[in-house]
Design a protein around this ligand. Structure first.
Ligand code: PEP
Ligand code: MG
Length: 325
């Protein structure tokens, strides 16, 4: 089996009926970019930038950030790197930011909410990301967007920073693509409206499951309730994929679900063509896709979506896709 997997390196990702898929890696450091490229990914679909802020006792400067972003972009050798802007909050809060303790941190002052209220910090990150875009294929993605207002404010800030760089004569890619994570249920429900204002959407199922099911993703006492097999979660994921298609906007999925052997066939059947996952899952996922016929999977998904409970759906997937585990 290991041999079969290593034969999947550098291969194109094609389903059994010949449809091309794109597999991207998730990463939060430059080392993983190398590892991912060795597996023949199409790029980095989610570069988490929190580490830059967590690894020190003060804010990273523009040039420190540029150093990291530029290296990731150059190492990606012409392939896309999607940088997600700062997603602090919840479990990831650097002490030096003096963010007050909150009763409900997952529902609190985090991610894009933090960035929009601290434009001083956000602008520096956007400057560094735009400057990195002069060296390769950079995309910017905003986390935890719940509606179009936040998106417009964040895009406005990017335009503003572009204006500054232009005035200063600093190079950047003026056509750089901007996207959002779809990880708040409201954003999934209105993903048709959001799609009209972005270049791409990436479904963050780790948070989408947490918020859809009202189950804290970190709470061990509730881990049995945290399930990507919930019909409510599956319907929302399908809504986003359908809305992306309808509006002609690329959709990817970058939560843990993207690398789950029992769910990859389901996502393929829903029409998803871009997956971003942990580096270790890439080869197995490419192999799984190569064993799937998408047309057949379409009708399997219809069957799955007619089931009403987590356990029925899980059992169905276990029976049907056991060989992929
Ligand atoms: C997600 O929420 O699915 C996601 C990919 O982001 P993170 O796990 O960093 O919250
Ligand atoms: Mg998230």
């Amino acid at each position: 089996f290991d041999k079969k997997l290593s034969a999947m390196k550098m291969k194109q990702t094609l389903s059994m009926d010949g449809i091309p898929f794109k597999l991207y890696a998730n990463s939060d450091n430059v080392r993983d970019v190398h590892l991912a490229l060795e597996k023949g990914v199409s790029g980095i679909g989610l570069f988490r930038t929190e580490r830059l802020y967590m690894d020190r006792d003060r804010l990273p400067t523009e040039s420190e950030q540029l150093g990291v972003y530029k290296k990731a972009v150059l190492d990606a050798g012409g392939k896309t790197v999607v940088f997600r802007t700062l997603d602090i909050g919840c479990d990831k809060v650097p002490g030096y930011l003096n963010v007050p303790d909150e009763d409900n941190p997952a529902l609190g002052y985090r991610a894009i909410r933090f960035s929009l209220s601290r434009a001083d910090i956000f602008r520096i990150q956007i400057r560094a990301l735009l400057r990195a875009s002069a060296f390769g294929k950079v995309k910017i993605m905003f986390p935890m967007v719940s509606g179009v207002e936040e998106l417009r404010l964040a895009k406005g800030l990017v335009e503003d920073v572009k204006g500054d760089l232009k005035k200063e004569g600093v190079p950047f890619n003026p056509d750089l693509e901007i996207g959002v994570m779809i990880e708040v249920p409201s954003a999934a429900v209105i993903s048709d409206l959001i799609a009209r204002e972005v270049d791409f959407m990436s479904i963050g199922t780790n948070d989408l499951i947490q918020y859809t099911l009202a189950v804290d993703r970190m709470n061990r006492n509730l881990s049995h309730l945290f399930s990507p097999f919930h019909p409510g979660v599956l319907r929302l994921v399908k809504t986003v994929i359908d809305n992306g298609k309808k509006e002609g906007v690329k959709v990817s999925l970058c939560g843990e679900m993207a690398g789950d052997p029992l769910l990859i066939p389901v996502l393929v059947g829903m029409g998803l063509e871009r997956f971003s996952m942990n580096v270790e899952s890439i080869l197995r996922s490419r192999w799984i896709i190569s064993q799937i016929d998408r047309t057949e999977m379409r009708s399997v998904v219809e069957q799955i979506l007619s089931l009403s409970s987590v356990s029925e759906i899980r059992r169905f997937c276990e029976d049907r896709f056991d060989r992929f585990k």
